[in-house]
Design a protein around this ligand. Structure first.
Ligand SMILES: *[C@@H]1O[C@H](CO)[C@@H](O)[C@H](O)[C@H]1NC(C)=O
Ligand SMILES: *[C@@H]1O[C@H](CO)[C@@H](O)[C@H](O)[C@H]1NC(C)=O
Length: 243
């Protein structure tokens, strides 16, 4: 979510189709702002849970709680957006499209590498997003399935053990700097994909210094982001496999 999929473009049509409300007109910036605040609120909540060692929570439950809070702040009551509407929105996160570069790049990469998802969340969410996006992953590793949550180093180690891959032969690819910084401590190579929707508060200069490969994935062409990564690994294949 974010690295391979464009959650914002996936969610906006659904948001725009909902009953209009004085504080949420489809024509202004209120809906994109709501979507961004929802994503940020979700991150803040799961970060809080991790810091306080609380058990992981189903993403739908967290999304619903954050949505209720954001709508209350905007004076959108249950009379305007009722329970059914809110549940439809929460389910919207299960239905995502890939960024334009994602599918062709994964097709190319999967011929040479195991291409797997390693992400927080439930396996059900990953299955739904894999199905709606059509992205051709070999395997979906969720925090639910592996029993650890990012950025716990154990989740990265467990994924490697399950694949039978040594860390120096693995690359973590993400649009989230904290994730790459954690993977690096385990010995992964790291590739950062810069996406317009992710890491909006990160210092990108610092990120560039911390990762092995930094790729801009924002211009919407097939050559950006994951496309650039696929080309790079194609060219550097021998070099990378001996490092
Ligand atoms: C993964 O979960 C951890 C802990 O809950 C959180 O800090 C982090 O932001 C999450 N990352 C993603 C991409 O969901
Ligand atoms: C888009 O970004 C990629 C990767 O940074 C770059 O190679 C490509 O030239 C860019 N294309 C356009 C049209 O800006």
């Amino acid at each position: 979510m974010g690295t391979c999929c464009d959650w914002l473009s996936s969610l906006l049509p659904l948001l725009s189709s909902l009953p209009s409300h004085p504080s949420l007109q489809p024509s202004n910036t209120a809906l994109p702002e709501l979507a961004a605040a929802w994503r940020a609120g979700f991150f803040a909540e799961i970060h809080y849970r991790f810091e306080h060692k609380l058990p992981a929570e189903d993403i739908d439950v967290t999304h619903r709680r954050v949505l209720d809070r954001l709508l209350a702040e905007r004076s959108v009551g249950l009379d305007a957006w009722d329970d059914e509407v809110r549940q439809r929105l929460v389910s919207g996160w299960h239905d995502q499209k890939g960024w334009p570069d994602a599918a062709p790049a994964l097709e190319k990469l999967r011929k040479k590498f195991f291409v797997v998802v390693l992400a927080n969340g439930t396996t059900k969410l990953q299955l739904d997003i894999a199905k709606s996006s059509g992205l051709p992953f070999h395997m979906l590793f969720s925090s639910e399935l592996l029993g650890f949550t990012k950025p716990d180093p154990e989740i990265y180690r467990k994924a490697l053990r399950l694949m039978g891959v040594e860390p120096q032969n693995a690359m973590m690819v993400a649009a989230h700097a904290y994730d790459l910084r954690a993977a690096k401590t385990v010995g992964f190579k790291t590739a950062y994909i810069y996406r317009s929707t992710e890491d909006v508060d990160e210092d990108m200069q610092a990120v560039q210094n911390d990762v092995d490969v930094f790729l801009d994935g924002r211009n919407g062409t097939l050559e950006c982001g994951l496309g650039a990564l696929a080309n790079l690994l194609d060219a550097e294949e021998n070099d990378l496999s001996t490092r």
